[in-house]
Design a protein around this ligand. Structure first.
Ligand SMILES: [Zn+2]
Length: 423
């Protein structure tokens, strides 16, 4: 009797450890329009592109442990609204929609994905292109699911050194921390090889911008290429709290700026090298615990311009009867690391504040993820400095930052702290 119990217990332990082991898959799709489309740097009429520098991508990283499966998707665009993201989620049958995180890299040299209306309420967005992107994003995730394989992880957060980002409004006010998650195969032909490397860093990829006639992933393209050449596997970039106005450090002497493709290469490669340096000394986590939670947070739309975009866009954004928009926010734990998403461009002080309240040495913030509702300021920053006129106008309203911070801090307090290994 006792013996049977021991054997059953043993079988249960063996069974659960097999089922619980971490698996990772990665896949991507090129989403460069052919022929090229005008590119959008935000509100306003998109500008004609006559050449491309690199391709635009949708890149998907899928993590699985036991019953938990999560997709992290990055799209080379200025922002990716949930009106499009939810259509991809519906095409991804093997992952619950709330476990699919879709972020935008914030390149300013990609087609309009919002359907920004002009003064007459007309939009120039190419809906057929966006329909195709919806499908390609789901294809990338579904392929990554099919490629799931046993993996370990390396996770690190460290300061990226060198001339990468700065704050255009006040040069020191930015977060130099770069978070890196690297998945390494533990069996089969990928044993010991990198399957994917995720880089999380706050920066505006607007070296080229939208006024040069160039369609491009901006500095993210050279970042992908460098990581893949040096580490192997697939690179994926998730932006951070880069609002008002953390941008690429293209400064030259005498107030000049280097808004060139060569500068995209310099910064993208430097950030890639720094990310690989930061993760190089991280310990290998054989079976880090994985969890994914999602909440919906509602934000009032006080800004007249944002209301106009929401109402007039052909993408049919949803506005509640009380004039609010709803955003999916995710909280992930990956080993000792924690990841929170931001549905827009949070200012760096909000990023610091939220990271400080995350009970981990490895805080990750995925900005512009699951939605991109413009800038997110604290109520005291809103409509304050003259410098903040533009970012106040292109935010939902005075309370957006407060609502976000209150919601996530309450959530963090209610959530279990991250642990190192899966049980
Ligand atoms: Zn921006």
């Amino acid at each position: 009797m006792k013996k049977t119990f021991v054997i059953v217990a043993l079988l249960l332990i063996v069974g659960s450890s097999v089922a619980q082991s971490l698996r990772v898959g990665a896949a991507m799709r090129v989403i460069t329009p052919n022929p090229l489309l005008p590119v959008s740097g935000g509100v306003g009429t998109p500008k004609k592109a006559t050449e491309k520098k690199g391709d635009l991508f949708a890149r998907a990283l899928v993590l699985e442990q036991g019953q938990t499966r999560i997709a992290i998707v990055s799209v080379d665009n200025i922002g990716w609204p949930s009106a499009l993201g939810n259509r991809s989620r519906a095409l991804i049958k093997s992952i619950p929609p709330e476990n699919v995180l879709i972020g935008a890299t914030h390149t300013h040299s990609a087609p309009d994905a919002y359907g920004f209306p002009d003064q007459n309420g007309n939009s120039l967005a190419d809906l057929a292109y966006l329909d195709n992107c919806v499908k390609l994003i789901a294809d990338a995730v579904n392929e990554a699911v099919g490629k799931l394989e046993p993996a370990s992880l390396k996770i690190a957060v460290g300061e990226a050194k060198g001339k990468i980002a700065y704050n255009y409004y006040a040069d020191q006010l930015y977060d130099p921390r770069c978070g890196v998650i690297q998945a390494i195969g533990t069996a089969g032909k990928n044993k010991g090889k990198a399957i994917a490397t995720l880089v999380n860093y706050a920066i505006h990829p607007e070296v080229l911008g939208s006024g040069k006639g160039i369609l491009s992933p901006d500095l993210c393209g050279p970042l992908y290429d460098r990581i893949e050449a040096k580490a192997g596997g697939m690179a994926i970039f998730m932006n951070g709290a880069q609002g008002g106005m953390v941008t690429a450090d293209v400064r030259r002497e005498n107030g000049q700026e280097a808004n060139t493709w060569e500068e995209c290469i310099r910064i993208g490669e430097l950030l890639a090298d720094e990310a690989l340096r930061i993760v190089s000394t991280a310990e290998v986590l054989e079976n880090p615990a994985l969890s994914c939670a999602a909440r919906t947070v509602e934000f009032p739309v006080d800004s007249e311009m944002m209301r106009y975009i929401i109402k007039k866009s052909p993408l049919k954004f949803e506005l509640s009867s009380t004039g609010k928009v709803a955003a999916q926010i995710n909280l992930l734990t990956i080993g000792q690391a924690q990841v929170l998403t931001i549905p827009g461009e949070a200012l760096p002080n909000i990023g610091y504040y939220v990271k400080r309240h995350m009970p981990t040495k490895y805080p990750f913030l995925f900005g512009l993820t699951n939605d991109a509702f413009g800038y997110i300021l604290t109520k005291v920053d809103f409509n304050s400095f003259k410098r903040y006129d533009y970012i106040s106008r292109t935010s939902l309203g005075e309370m957006t930052g407060e609502i976000y911070m209150d919601a996530v801090l309450k959530w963090l307090a209610e959530s279990p702290k991250p642990v190192t290994a899966a049980k």
